[in-house]
Design a binder for this molecule. Structure first.
Ligand code: VGL
Ligand code: ZN
Length: 208
């Protein structure tokens, strides 16, 4: 359990969008179960930010953009391996919208990511080249926010990459595990859990 400091804590909710929920294009098992947990967290924090996976049609992370490639296969890019996904979270579609039950009104910031056709972005802070900033690092610095409390989808991709980048930026990070669900592809959840622990991310069941 972690205690909330309203002045320095940012609740950062990652990609709680229709396409990552049951019935969506890249559905995470039980993904919509994070919504009530996220809503309860929103009520507890003074500062709330959301991320929104936001791809143009034909995005380079879609298997459909690579002739003959299957979804969940991997291609090499100049910044390393990239998993190819089913088409998902296309700008302006219902799949890219936040889950309708997520109480987003108090969110102070929405960070959209993955909008560059040639570059994917899992992390809320840097795109997958690990260099192109989303602007969130500057935002939290300017706002004096030093502790990121995270939940959302998916544990082993966008939440984990966001948490690891936040640690690299020197921020304190807590992940609220009941508010996260994983894709868990080829052991990705076990690997992410190991990486998160090694980086000093606190894996918590709730806030106090
Ligand atoms: C995500 C795969 C592709 C995520 C986003 O939100 O974890 N995963 N795009
Ligand atoms: Zn995506």
């Amino acid at each position: 359990m972690v205690a909330i400091d309203p002045a320095t804590d940012l609740l950062l909710l990652i990609d709680i969008q229709n396409d990552f929920c049951p019935g969506g294009a890249l559905a995470v098992a039980d993904g919509d179960a994070v919504v009530p947990v996220a809503n309860a967290l929103i009520d507890r924090f003074s500062h709330v930010a959301l991320t929104q996976d936001w791809h143009p049609a034909g995005h380079s992370s879609f298997a459909s953009s690579h002739a003959g490639a299957a979804a969940f296969s991997t291609v090499e890019t100049d910044h390393g391996p990239q998993t190819l996904w089913p088409d998902h979270c296309i700008q302006g579609t219902n799949g890219a919208a936040f889950h309708p039950d997520l109480t987003i009104d108090r969110a102070e910031l929405v960070i959209r990511k993955g909008f560059r056709p040639e570059l994917d972005s899992y992390s809320a802070f840097f795109e997958n080249d690990c260099r192109t900033p989303t602007g969130l690092a500057g935002y939290v610095r300017d706002r004096g926010l030093t502790h990121m409390v995270m939940a959302g989808l998916a544990t082993d991709f966008c939440v984990a990459w966001s948490a690891l980048d936040a640690r690299r930026l020197g921020l304190d990070v807590t992940m609220i595990l009941p508010g996260c669900r994983a894709i868990d592809q080829d052991g990705s959840l076990a690997q992410a859990t190991q990486d998160l622990r090694a980086a000093g991310v606190v894996l918590a069941s709730q806030v106090t």
